[in-house]
Write a protein that binds this ligand. Sequence first.
Ligand SMILES: C[S@@+](CC[C@H](N)C(=O)[O-])C[C@H]1O[C@@H](n2cnc3c(N)ncnc32)[C@H](O)[C@@H]1O
Length: 277
Amino acid sequence: MCGMTDDVALDVNQPSKARIYDYFLGGKDNYPSDRAAAAQVEKAFPNIRRAARENRNFMVKATKFLAGERGIRRFLDLGTGIPTAPNLHQVVHEIQPESRIVYVDNDPVVLAHAQAFGSLDGTAEGLVDFLNIDLTDIDRLIESEEFRNLLDEPVAVSCFGILHFFPDPVPYTIVDKIMAAVPSGSYLSITHATPDLNPALAEVGEVYRSNKMDAFPRTHAEISHFFRDLELIEPGVVVSRVWPTPDETPAGEVGNAKTAAELDAEIAFFCGMARKP
Ligand SMILES: C[S@@+](CC[C@H](N)C(=O)[O-])C[C@H]1O[C@@H](n2cnc3c(N)ncnc32)[C@H](O)[C@@H]1O
């Protein structure tokens, strides 16, 4: 279940990106230092909890689309986070039960939960792997047996809520190297915080950085650049609210009291998906 390790010691006094996000999702795996940093984020951007839930929703929508409509059976999830139901492998296995999933994260609390990614929820042995790897060492991931075992079929690579934690050019290097290594017909899915939809996100970036965590919300053009050599899937790089699901019409909320711009400002991240030709 758990592959190679890239151990970072648990420091409960240093806020962690994984634990802060867990707090925003209503989880229990967070400490006073995380909650203090989370309070600063929430002061700058009061809708962060809604945005975090919307981010998870996109994970579910994108995964259902890839497993269901595109028939993908290999998944590589970068920056997995602390388990939050439904987890990606659960969404996949409901549609494609024999699919293989490799999760990657370097947070010690995520590692402590690694057994929950599969064996504890009854997933068949050998279908889910967790790698404790720092993604700045992307070559290590690419050389791993677990990654290589995915490459017999097109792979759905997901980077949900992670690329904005790296300064330029690191996230582009990570994405480019992974997408060069996966077969034709593979997919890249991204969610990424942006100040374009809400200027408060620039302040959120400052809050993270003042708490010794890298964070760099990017513009629509910068986020679109991750997909530059790939075929974008409609509706393109958009706020996730308008991403349709198989059984839902897009932009369902517009027409109520809030304008589209107000709803987008509450979410403040872009999502996108593209196919490797
Ligand atoms: C905001 S969470 C997103 C979790 C999940 N992908 C989601 O969207 O619900 C970001 C995750 O990226 C992980 N992460 C951040 N920097 C990382 C790095 N250098 N290597 C591996 N994982 C990293 C954090 O530990 C955290 O679990």
